[in-house]
Design a protein around this ligand. Structure first.
Ligand SMILES: Nc1nc2c(ncn2[C@@H]2O[C@H](COP(=O)(O)OP(=O)(O)OP(=O)(O)O)[C@@H](O)[C@H]2O)c(=O)[nH]1
Ligand SMILES: [Mg+2]
Length: 321
């Protein structure tokens, strides 16, 4: 089942960001470098349109450097946008963001016109970690490895003329690309009650088999990969890493939890789950499906309009004698 998660606190965040935008000079959107397309929030794109933008591919330490370079080039090419990759807990590179903000909004600065920077992105992507790093390691914002740690917008004063706004993680009301929903869940951006571990682990393994099959092979000592699909790999993980069920069957739920945990913790080594070309295809497919759905909806409502309405005269069957 496609994953959708847009609970009440995200409605509130959407409203809070919309209200804050008029006074924001630069928007820093954090993306997950392991899923640089799926973690880009279209709702944030809409809310922040027209503002100078800095795209940060965060968790670069967990991502494939070659893929990160390709995705950076893609985002750099967008108008009014700069992109860089980071490990949010690494101080020196994080501080480059401050210089980048000043370049993007050169007219801001000084006590009269302080720089106001909004930090936004999907849940669990590392926004608050980055804020703390920029504060020189002082824990200004609470962080944690689950979605929804930051509950309300928080203003952090970096310097007298430089303010940061840390915002709660936000997704969007309808995730049209099914694969993206699964990868977002795998990354920890989705509340646990909104997805099924096995479905997420299988989607994760599909992408791993496409792009980093050798890592799975090494981690789980899989032997020959030829002919192994996602389900077979998950079963193997279950056989190797979890107690077997009665009858010697692999425990697929446990295997799924192990796969997701290993991905999140970086136990597979640096991996990127989607290429730019692949993500563009997903987008095009989703658009097509949306257009088909819309056409069906229009046809249904057209048919409904043409059907004679009971009791409204003009037809044979509607009236009561
Ligand atoms: N490996 C790695 N882990 C990171 C990085 N940045 C953040 N994390 C971890 O990711 C988890 C989430 O970090 P937070 O800073 O709480 O994320 P957030 O975006 O503020 O999350 P919400 O407030 O829930 O939206 C924490 O366990 C961090 O330690 C990074 O660059 N690399
Ligand atoms: Mg946070």
């Amino acid at each position: 089942m496609p994953i959708q998660w847009f609970p009440g606190h995200m409605h509130a965040t959407r409203k809070a960001i919309a209200e804050r935008m008029p006074e924001i000079d630069v928007v820093i959107e954090l993306l997950d470098a392991r899923l640089p397309g799926s973690s880009a929030n279209p709702l944030l794109a809409e809310l922040t349109r027209g503002k100078p933008a800095l795209k940060v591919l965060n968790k670069q330490d967990l991502a494939d450097p070659q893929q990160t370079a390709a995705w950076l080039a893609h985002y750099q090419a967008q108008a009014g946008t700069r992109a860089l990759a980071l490990d949010a807990s690494d101080t020196a590179p994080a501080r480059r963001l401050i210089a980048a903000c000043r370049e993007l909004a050169p007219l801001r600065g000084g006590m009269v016109k302080p720089m106001r920077v909004l930090i936004c992105g999907i849940p669990n992507v590392g926004k608050s970690t980055l804020v703390n790093t920029l504060r020189g390691g002082k824990r200004a914002a609470k962080t944690g490895d689950e979605a929804g740690i930051t509950k309300v917008e928080q203003r952090i004063v970096l310097a007298d003329d430089f303010y940061l706004y840390d915002t709660p993680g936000m997704l969007w009301p309808r995730i049209a690309i099914e694969a993206s929903g699964y990868l977002l869940a795998a990354s920890g951006a989705v509340g646990h009650n909104a997805y099924d571990d096995e479905e997420v682990a299988l989607a994760l393994l599909v992408q791993m088999l496409r792009h980093h099959a050798d890592r799975l092979q090494a981690r789980y000592k899989l032997g020959d990969l030829a002919g192994l699909n996602d389900e077979a790999v998950l079963a193997e993980i279950g056989r190797k890493r979890a107690p077997l069920l009665p009858g010697g069957r692999p425990h697929m739920q446990k295997a799924a939890e192990i796969a997701i945990h290993d991905f999140r913790s970086g136990a597979w080594g640096p991996v990127t789950l989607e290429t730019l070309e692949e993500f563009k295809q997903w987008e095009a497919q989703a658009k097509l499906l949306d257009a088909e759905r819309e056409a069906r909806r229009a046809a249904r409502s057209h048919k409904k309009k043409k059907l004679p309405q009971r009791g409204q005269g003009g037809d044979d069957g509607g009236g009561v004698g």
